[in-house]
Design a protein around this ligand. Structure first.
Ligand SMILES: Cc1cc2nc3c(=O)[nH]c(=O)nc-3n(C[C@H](O)[C@H](O)[C@H](O)COP(=O)(O)OP(=O)(O)OC[C@H]3O[C@@H](n4cnc5c(N)ncnc54)[C@H](O)[C@@H]3O)c2cc1C
Length: 384
């Protein structure tokens, strides 16, 4: 049977698939290309919130839910409040994001949108076939964000932690929050031999998101997160509140080379492509940056498996994860040293992979003697 051919097939219309399509539709180079987007779900809910930091003006400002200019970091012996200027910390809810991009996709003549489940992707020679229950499609450029965690969890070479969390959107009867500042990390909670913290985004004086977050190996029972948030709220004197909404997620934190699964005609993007910042779980803005690099790359007509997102920061992340997975109860102390000894803005730029080498060394130098020994040992283990 003849297979339908497209110049580009985008598998998965979540964050990365849509960021990629947005960039494609903004570039006249792709005006005549035939493009197929396959997504199994109707994407119209607030199934996640994306937070990121960037300089004042940004591509999503018209749909940003809330932004902040001040942040706090709390740990056992550090109570830090800092101005984020020139950065702004922004929160985007998924519903307006999906709506904006799906509306644009529907209006773009050269994009066909198909709601169905992809059963398999098979690269054969110079093409990749996309198999659905109804039909098979093929292209020399298949861009997929379908994430299969089996390869990640079946290997031992790269440690795998997860950023797993539950968030409660709450409303209080009286004013409890300062809506001008976020609480980026509060480690003043029982660590139970893991790395645990609270992350708080206040929207106004009576509304806030409290997210109980772990950087650890195993996802826990729902009850653990819920009790953790309740205890924290009590500790903060918030006894009466209405729970408006919940969100839950787990994001893989690993330097596993996801790109190994790419072929000349198949490229993994988003979480599936390893575009999640391994040491923090932040994905959204990194994906947006990679997508723009990808657009330039596609214009050169090179095989897709030549696209690489590797740099020296990936190696730092690898060492950090080696240390954090071995000494999971020490996460709060590692972050405390980083924030105590550096300008927080340098840390944000470091996480954005924008620091110079000398700044990276300053961050490394901020760890205690004992912590440095852990990193040197991890480095040694990676080389020998
Ligand atoms: C609750 C939550 C909050 C998060 N918050 C942040 C944050 O604050 N900042 C940040 O940077 N990152 C955050 N992340 C991490 C990351 O940004 C998101 O997970 C992001 O959605 C990843 O984008 P993606 O395109 O890789 O995956 P997705 O957005 O999950 O997209 C994959 C798409 O593929 C579709 N699909 C899957 N299988 C098939 C199939 N067989 N056939 C057809 N379609 C299929 C899915 O329906 C989905 O739409 C969060 C994640 C979660 C879960």
């Amino acid at each position: 049977m003849k297979k339908q051919h497209f110049d580009y097939i985008v598998c998965g219309g979540g964050a990365s698939g849509l960021l990629f399509l947005k960039a494609l539709t903004e570039d006249p180079f792709f005006n005549d290309a035939t493009i197929l987007l396959i997504e199994k779900e109707t994407k119209n809910s607030n199934d996640r919130t994306w937070c990121f930091w960037e300089e004042e003006q940004g591509a999503f400002d018209s749909i940003v839910h809330k932004e902040w200019g001040t942040a706090q970091f709390f740990s056992k012996s550090l109570h830090l409040e800092f101005d984020l200027t020139p950065l702004r910390y922004k929160m985007l809810r998924s519903q307006p994001f999906y709506k904006t991009i799906y509306d644009r996709v529907k209006k773009t003549k050269n994009i066909k949108l198909l709601q169905t489940q992809i059963l398999d992707l098979q690269s054969k020679g110079a093409v990749t076939q996309v198999i659905t229950s109804e039909e098979t499609y093929e292209s020399t450029r298949v861009i997929t964000s379908l994430y299969d965690h089996n390869a990640l969890f079946q290997q031992k070479k790269y440690p795998v932690l997860q950023q797993h969390f539950m968030g409660w959107f709450i409303e209080t009867p009286k004013a409890c929050f300062d809506p001008t500042k976020i609480l980026f990390m509060d480690f003043n909670i029982p660590q139970n031999q893991e790395t645990r913290f609270l992350y708080v985004l206040p929207f106004d004086e009576t509304h806030a998101l409290f997210e109980y977050t772990f950087f650890s190996e195993k996802v826990l029972d729902k009850k653990v997160y819920e009790e953790g948030i309740e205890d924290y709220l009590k500790k903060k004197g918030i006894d009466t509140f209405t729970l408006i909404e919940k969100e839950q997620g787990n994001i893989p934190m690993s330097c596993f080379p996801f790109e190994q699964a790419n072929t000349p005609s198949l490229l993994h993007i988003g979480t599936a492509g390893g575009w999640t910042k391994a040491s923090t779980g932040f994905t959204f803005l990194n994906t947006n940056r990679q997508v723009h690099r990808l657009i330039d790359f596609l214009k050169k007509g090179k095989p897709l498996n030549e696209f690489t997102a590797k740099n020296r920061f990936r190696f730092y992340d690898l060492l950090f994860l080696d240390v954090l997975s071995k000494y999971n109860s020490k996460g709060s102390e590692l972050f405390e040293r980083m924030f105590a000894k550096n300008d927080p803005l340098r840390i944000f730029r470091f996480l954005d992979e924008k620091t110079a080498l000398w700044e990276d060394l300053l961050i490394l130098a901020s760890f205690s003697f004992q912590q440095k020994k852990w990193f040197i040992y991890a480095l040694f283990r990676r080389f020998f």
